[in-house]
Design a protein around this ligand. Structure first.
Ligand code: ZN
Length: 154
C-alpha cells in the first residue's frame, strides 16, 4: 500500500512539474499582494504589470539633479544622472545602465511593436524599453518610467 501511494505521489509530482510554466528566478521574489503593500498603484502597474506611465507626468523626466536611480522595487542601482539626457519624450532617458548586468533586455512584441523591454535583473521589475536612436557614445536610448525608479541624490 505504501509503495503504491508513493508511486501515485511521484506521478502527481511529475505531472505537476510538467504543467508548471517556466518561471524566471530572481533574487528578490514577492507575491502581487506583497508588492502592492510596498508600492503605489502606479508603481505596481508599471513594474509588475509592464504598464507605461503617461509622458511628462512622472517624477524624473525633467529632473537634473546629480545622483543614482535605483529600482523602486528592490533598490538595485540602475542608472546614473551622468548618462541622463534630454530625449524630449517625457520619460527619463539614459544612454547606458550604470552596471550592464543589473538590467535584463528581452524582446517585446506586444502591441505589434518589435521593442526591447528592459527589466531589473534582481527582481524582474519592468523598467521601460531601449531603442537604438540614442546619443553618443552608445547610440542607445533607455526610455524608463519614473514610476520604476527611486532617485538618490549624490
Ligand atoms: Zn529590482
Amino acid at each position: 500500500m505504501k509503495i503504491i501511494l508513493s508511486a501515485v505521489i511521484a506521478m502527481l509530482l511529475a505531472g505537476a512539474s510538467c504543467a508548471q510554466p517556466k518561471k524566471e528566478k530572481f533574487t528578490v521574489q514577492k507575491t502581487d499582494a506583497e508588492w502592492k503593500k510596498q508600492l503605489t498603484a502606479e508603481q505596481f502597474d508599471v513594474t509588475r504589470k509592464a504598464g507605461t506611465e503617461s509622458a511628462f507626468t512622472g517624477k524624473y523626466w525633467d529632473d537634473h539633479e546629480k545622483g543614482i536611480y535605483k529600482c523602486v522595487c528592490c533598490g538595485q542601482v540602475l542608472f546614473s544622472s551622468g548618462t541622463k539626457f534630454e530625449s524630449g519624450t517625457g520619460w527619463p532617458s539614459f544612454y547606458q545602465p550604470l552596471v550592464k548586468q543589473n538590467v535584463l533586455e528581452n524582446n517585446d512584441n506586444s502591441f505589434g511593436m518589435g521593442r526591447t523591454e528592459v527589466r531589473c535583473s534582481r527582481c524582474g521589475a519592468h523598467l521601460g524599453h531601449v531603442f537604438d536612436d540614442g546619443p553618443k557614445p552608445t547610440g542607445l536610448r533607455y526610455c524608463m518610467n519614473s514610476a520604476s525608479l527611486d532617485f538618490v541624490k549624490n
